[in-house]
Design a protein around this ligand. Structure first.
Ligand code: DGL
Length: 266
């Protein structure tokens, strides 16, 4: 059986690449909903419905034992409900938000950049606060959020340099907050990691899901033998998209790397 990775579009390939690099032995299927991307400004219900359809597809048609929602918007707005839907089955659905929240909860003054949907869902602050409540020493945590909606289209257009004024604008609100850490709470933001680092004091830890998620997943699979036992190990990856748009080939090569995976349009 395979590991399924779902995203609203192709940005999740950045996380998929780092997962495959960390655990190349498994078989993966990536599904990008290129027909309906972006999810970032859609309603709660629409994000749930689209994500549920994708998860069902990966379990039913692609023989997945486990599906990772690489999309933060889907993780924020649909994960809990889908986990409940699949509760009494042997299928598991995980998101990328909690691993990042766990990384962030090691700090006290935390900034979160995300899509409008992720920010307005309040999912990052909620998860970070939950983790803080369980800390023996307790204490006060401060979380500041800012949506950065234009970074997704800029990343998709390959406009890394021209994104700089927007990155500056989105980071502005954090500059006087004495942050300890900043969460890049969207699939596409790791593309701008270097630019973001340059604009912030070096002391601020950048929490980036392409670094965190593979480690957490490895750990999860080691603890959940009932899942890992089922995973086949033929080192294959295929990329499915709901629409073969003009940019699919270019962006998948750019973000997934040179391996030239199999590209299939549903
Ligand atoms: N994948 C989305 C996320 O991580 C970004 C793109 C979108 O808005 O669909 O939130």
């Amino acid at each position: 059986m395979r590991i399924g990775i779902f995203d609203s579009g192709l940005g999740g390939l950045i996380i998929a690449k780092s997962i495959v690099k960390a655990m190349p032995q498994y078989d993966y299927v990536y599904l990008g909903d290129t027909k309906r991307v972006p999810y970032g400004n859609r309603s709660h219900e629409a994000v749930y419905q689209f994500t549920r359809e994708a998860v069902d597809y990966l379990f039913k048609k692609e023989n997945c034992a486990l599906v990772i929602l690489a999309c933060n918007t889907a993780s924020a707005r649909a994960l809990r409900r889908i986990q409940k839907d699949y509760k009494n089955t042997n299928k598991k659905v995980l998101g990328v938000l909690i691993p990042a929240a766990e990384g962030a909860a090691e700090f006290k003054r935390i900034g979160v950049l995300g899509t409008s949907g992720t920010v307005s869902s309040g999912a990052f602050p909620k998860e970070i606060l939950k983790l803080w409540k369980n800390k023996p020493a307790g204490g006060r945590v401060k979380i500041f959020q800012n949506p950065a909606p234009l970074l997704v289209p800029l990343a998709e257009e390959g406009e890394t340099k021209n994104a700089l004024p927007f990155i500056k604008k989105y980071l502005q609100v954090f500059l006087n907050k004495k942050l300890d850490a900043l969460v890049l709470g969207c699939t596409h933001y790791p593309i701008f990691k270097q630019e973001i680092k340059k604009l912030l004091p070096r002391t601020i830890k950048i929490i980036s899901q392409d670094e965190i998620v593979p480690k957490k997943l490895k750990n999860y699979l080691a603890r959940h033998q009932e899942i890992s036992k089922k995973l086949s190990k033929d080192k294959t990856t295929k990329i499915l998209v709901t629409d073969m748009t003009q940019s699919v080939k270019k962006l998948s090569q750019k973000w997934f790397g040179k391996a030239k995976p199999k590209l299939v349009s549903l």
